[in-house]
Ligand binder design. Structure first.
Ligand code: SF4
Length: 259
């Protein structure tokens, strides 16, 4: 009889990851639990969906609706009925824990879109949507994705990410986050000479934060990413660090520490 643990990769030499750029999430995974990084690197998309559950499904459907909305030019060009129809198409309630969660999240999603649409009817102009940006950092390549890039009224360019979590980051947390620093660095590379910022918009709270980074603050955050990436490149053991975070781990079905 086959043992599912046989599926878990057990490297005895450093991982050969030549072409695939790191994301800030990869780095955070390794920092939190090296085993999570290892398993997540190879985790199938279906398994990710199953373990992140309803909130992830909600976010994906919201993002699909808003990317479509801004591809058309934003709320002033995309009627709410269309935005909500795209949400309905992308919504997959089967990932929810039960029918109650499914109904609650679905209702919340429609409300968040209505609030967003209303709040951004005269918002900034959309420059691009779903923008994937890859840059070299240290001896590695990193990638970050902006949900949308907006041209602000003051002429600046801002990379926006929509969030649907219950506890979105504060402005201070954004400024201390390697993930947001990476997004900013990618913007510098993609749009040189522009007045740049990054924007976190909480769909639940209908409010957000926009920040810029000074180079003196940016570089240490980027070095945190490259230092961990250096360790990943030479790692031969990936110990499991169990804790509360295991509840939301997208690789938990294959985690040897939970068996
Ligand atoms: S379930 Fe916990 S210990 Fe296992 S890989 Fe995920 S975070 Fe690490």
């Amino acid at each position: 009889m086959s043992d599912e643990r046989d599926n878990a990769p057990v490297p005895v030499v450093p991982l050969d990851l030549p072409e695939r750029p790191f994301t800030a999430r990869n780095i955070a995974d390794f920092h939190e639990c090296p085993q999570k990084f290892l398993l997540s690197w190879f985790v199938p998309r279906e398994e990710t969906r199953r373990f992140l559950g309803g909130p992830a499904t909600l976010h994906q459907a919201l993002r699909a609706a808003l990317v479509d909305c801004h591809r058309l030019g934003g709320p002033s060009a995309a009627p709410l009925v269309r935005v909500q129809a795209v949400f309905e198409d992308a919504w997959d309630g089967s990932a929810c824990a039960d029918s109650l969660e499914e109904e609650q999240l679905h209702t919340q999603g429609l409300r968040m879109l209505r609030d967003y649409h209303e709040a951004h009817m005269s918002g900034p102009a959309t420059v691009d949507v779903d923008v994937r940006m890859e840059i070299p950092l240290g001896d590695h390549r990193f990638v970050a994705v902006a949900d949308a890039v907006m041209r602000l009224d003051d002429g600046g360019l801002s990379a926006t990410r929509w969030m649907s979590t219950r506890n979105p980051p504060s402005a201070q947390q954004l400024g201390e986050s390697p993930a947001w620093a990476l997004l900013y660095a990618c913007m510098q590379d993609r749009y040189p000479g522009e007045d740049l910022s990054v924007t976190m918009w909480s769909l639940r709270r209908s409010s957000g934060h926009r920040i810029s980074f000074f180079e003196d603050d940016l570089q240490p955050l980027l070095r945190r990413l490259t230092r961990v990436a250096d360790r990943i490149r030479v790692a031969t053991v990936f110990p499991a660090e169990t804790g509360m975070h295991c509840r939301w781990c997208r690789a938990r079905s294959r985690c040897p520490a939970l068996r």
